[in-house]
Write a protein that binds this ligand. Structure first.
Ligand code: XMP
Length: 327
């Protein structure tokens, strides 16, 4: 297959009309490449894979099979949204795999951050490959590769894993319909394809998911505290208008406890840390100045609604010296 590159003179896709003509062009190209063959896609629910799914559903309908692997480290409501949007609204051929137990069992007791990332990445490929083997006549693998991925891997900044490290005997031909787009263009195309704003304008979310926000060994209880506090933070940021303004915001629940008091009784519980940062390229970041009354609302809600939590802290540290994520 010939190498496709972004033409130097390509107009930036900034409106519905340009997005639509890109979509029409790609639909024709995908049809030509794939014919009547079958295509497989790992659909995480992130912007890039969601846009690829929506585009391919338009182009080839049920010749596409999407696999959504729930590794148990997703945010509250995410797997449900993938099922609702793609299976129920777009009629996609969607295989949903709840692999939560498998991932959490493998991660039990593992404290080293890099080791945790390796386990999550490796297990993801294993689960996806197992699902792929159950299907017959798949010849193509779709990927949400975008133009910065190509540029960064060419410059040696970030390895772009073609075919996501699948076993060697699974040599699918790649379908990469958004490969020449910048992120803002991907969002424009996603909007034009009718994806909900909550998917198109999602804040960045790391592949290892909530796993890196549960520092040290992950336990189900602490993971639940991360998920529930994150949901409260997202809800309150949406209400106050900060959700559209702040680049990335989330909660962390470190592996330590402190003394507190509830209903006149002593507690010994976790602290939730709130992080809210702004950046252009994630290389450096500044901390958002959260209004004090919003902070008080967050503290009140998190300490009453999230089980096992008696304290809320705010991470005031820019990048550097801290990274954005805690692990
Ligand atoms: P750091 O923590 O390095 O994060 O300041 C910079 C940006 O990258 C995201 N991030 C990741 N994304 N896999 C990903 O896909 C990862 O392992 C990972 N680690 C960090 C982070 O959320 C932030 O937006």
């Amino acid at each position: 297959m010939k190498e496709i590159r972004r033409p130097d003179n390509m107009e930036r896709i900034t409106n519905a009309e340009l997005a639509q003509s890109f979509i029409d062009e790609q639909i024709a190209l995908v049809k030509e490449q794939v014919g009547d063959k079958k295509v497989l896609l790992a659909l995480s629910g992130g912007v890039d894979s969601s846009v690829v799914a929506a585009l391919l559903i338009k182009a080839i309908g049920n010749q596409l099979t999407c696999v959504h692997v729930n590794h148990g480290l997703l945010r509250k409501g995410e797997p449900e949204q993938v099922i609702e949007v793609f299976r129920n609204q777009m009629n996609a051929n969607l295989i949903y795999v709840d692999a939560t137990d498998r991932f959490l069992d493998k991660l039990a007791g593992v404290t080293d951050p890099e080791q945790k990332r390796k386990i999550i990445g490796g297990e993801f490929i294993d689960v996806f490959a197992e699902e792929a083997r159950k299907l017959n006549d798949i010849e193509f693998l779709a990927q949400g590769t975008i133009w910065p991925d190509i540029l960064e891997s060419e410059k040696g900044i970030k390895a772009h894993h073609n075919a996501g490290g699948l076993p060697d005997d699974m040599n699918f031909e790649l379908v990469e319909p958004i490969k020449i787009l910048f992120k803002d263009e991907v969002r424009q195309v996603g909007k034009q394809l009718g994806l909900p704003d909550s998917m198109v304008y999602r804040q960045p979310f790391p592949g290892p998911g909530l796993g890196v926000r549960c520092p040290g060994a992950i336990t189900r209880e602490r993971l639940t505290a991360v998920r529930e506090s994150d949901a409260i933070l997202r809800e309150e940021f949406a209400k106050s208008g900060l959700a559209d303004k702040v680049w990335q915001y989330f909660t962390i629940v470190p592996d330590f406890k402190s003394t507190g008091i509830k209903n006149d009784e002593r507690t010994y519980d976790w602290a939730v840390v709130i992080r809210a940062v702004n950046t252009k390229d994630a290389m450096t970041a500044t901390v958002e100045n959260i209004p004090f009354d919003l902070m008080q609302t967050l503290v009140a809600r998190i300490t009453t609604e999230v089980k096992g939590v008696n304290r809320v802290l705010y991470d005031f540290t820019p990048k550097p010296s801290a990274t954005i994520e805690w692990e």
